[in-house]
Design a protein around this ligand. Structure first.
Ligand SMILES: [Zn+2]
Length: 170
């Protein structure tokens, strides 16, 4: 369920003291398997043509291990630093679709004339992006042991296995 406090109006940021609004988010994100609500304290600041949103995100989600397929809890703890462009600035750049890079790792998202920023969607995207590349439940993952055992298997035993799986030989 989305409601108004998850939508930041550009106008409200402009009218706020120091053109800065603080936004607290504490809720489970429906599209993600959340163990705890996702907590975020964000600061939205108007920089003229740009809106910058900075803050910290924490919470616990449930992921599936890539090796053993067991579910495990993963703690989120990362910073958000996003810049949105209010104008049609990005249209002037060639080969740019929705965002372009202004410096290492810093992207600008074009609001395409939108008068609001969807905090729920921003957090959803950020959480997904901060999932580990390789999801492993832990150093004692059974899938890991299984894989390493397989890699170290004796080729002589492989022959034995092949004999066993062919009952017609009897
Ligand atoms: Zn595992």
């Amino acid at each position: 369920m989305r409601n108004m406090n998850k939508i930041l109006l550009i106008e409200d940021i402009e009218n706020a003291e120091n053109k800065t609004l603080t936004c607290i988010f504490e809720e489970k994100i429906k599209e993600i398997d959340c163990v705890t609500p996702i907590k975020a304290k964000l600061e939205a600041k108007s920089l003229g043509e740009f809106i910058q949103i900075k803050g910290h995100v924490s919470g616990k989600v449930r992921l599936e291990c890539d090796l053993c397929l067991e579910k495990f809890d993963y703690s989120l703890d990362f910073d958000i630093d996003e810049v949105f462009s209010k104008g049609n600035l990005i249209g002037e750049y060639e080969n740019s679709d929705k965002e372009y890079e202004i410096k290492d790792g810093q992207f600008i998202t074009d609001l395409n004339g939108e008068k609001e920023i969807d905090i729920y969607d921003l957090l959803y995207q950020s959480v997904i992006l901060n999932f580990p590349n390789k999801k492993v439940c832990g150093i004692n993952c059974k899938g890991k042991e299984y894989l390493s055992e397989e890699n170290n298997s004796d080729p002589r035993l492989e022959v034995f296995k092949n004999l066993q799986i062919n009952p017609k030989c009897r």
